[in-house]
Structures are given as C-alpha cells and as structure tokens.
Design a protein. Sequence first.
Length: 202
Amino acid sequence: MVVAPKDVIEKWEGDVLRRALGIKDVGVCHGSRRETGARVVLTTYDTLKARLEDFRGPWTVVVMDEVQRAKNFGSQRHKALRQVLSGAKHRLGLSATPWENSLDELWTIVDLLSPGFLGHRKAFAEYIGKPFLEGDAEAEAALLSLLSLVLLQRTYRDVEDELGELALPPKRERAERVPLSEEQAALYEAILETYSERPLGL
C-alpha cells in the first residue's frame, strides 16, 4: 500500500504501472474510487483516517510519501496510520523534510517507521533532544549515528545524472551593490536611531 498526498496519487498510479515489473493490478481508494482489493493500493492520509476499516491489512509493505504529514504525535491521522502499520511487514517513509519544527517530530516519524528505535519519547527528549539543541557534541554524534542506521539520504547530486535534460543548469551568482536613494537612506537612519534607543518589540 502507498499512502500519499492526494495531488500525487495519479502520478503514483502511473509510476507503479510503468515501472513496477509484473504489477498491473493497482487500485486507488480515494474520492469515489474504492479499489481496496488490488495488489497495490494507493490512498491518501485523510482517506485512510476516514475509512480506517478498509485498510486494516495485513500489508506486506506500506510506503508513506511525505511521511512528515503524520509528524504530530497523538493526532487522529497519526493514530490511524499507526494502527495500519501494526499489520505491516515492512514500512518505508519518504520525506524531503523529516525534521521541520522540533526533534519531537523527528522522533515521531522514526518511531512510526521503526517502533522503539529511538527509545521512549520523553527519554529521547531529555537525554538526546535537549542536549543536541544546546550544542552538545556527544548528543549530536549519538543522534546522527542512530539516524544513519534508518535514514537513507539522497541529495540533488545523487540524482542529477538520472534527471538528464530535466537537470538544473549550473548555478550562477552575481552580486550587485545598489546604493540607497536619499529618501531610503533617511528612512533607514531614522529607523536605526529609533530602535537603537529601546529593545526591539517594546
């Protein structure tokens, strides 16, 4: 099963049919389509949450595209996904931003994919998360070492050759200094003088 944002469901359907050798039985369970008996089932996070009974499984593999959409521990979406994953033999999460706002989100995503791997949520926050955010080198090394066991990262350079004509051209930078006009300079000086006399926001 593949769980993905609704705007990429059709792309997933086309890619599976085109690239997965021997797989022609692909079903979509979203909107008016309820094709849950196919070999590969595609659905969205919200559909899975709303029709949980249709996705109990068991599943051989569950792939979660943009898995950060289930980053909020305790949310209905996260709870529904965790129930489905309990009957999955293999789990795979895809994300360009596994950590957006807090280390708790990172813990939540990793625990969804590999339950217990980062330990208990509160213990992780106290013994790794907090020291890491305070700049502790040992905590940083420990976290990166753990993540290297479950995280496969691909950069643009890794896929550049695969993109062919779609690859971006080399980046070119040109710095130009633009002087302020008299009016802009006066405004800048006035603002600078105002806020140099009192703390920002007061």
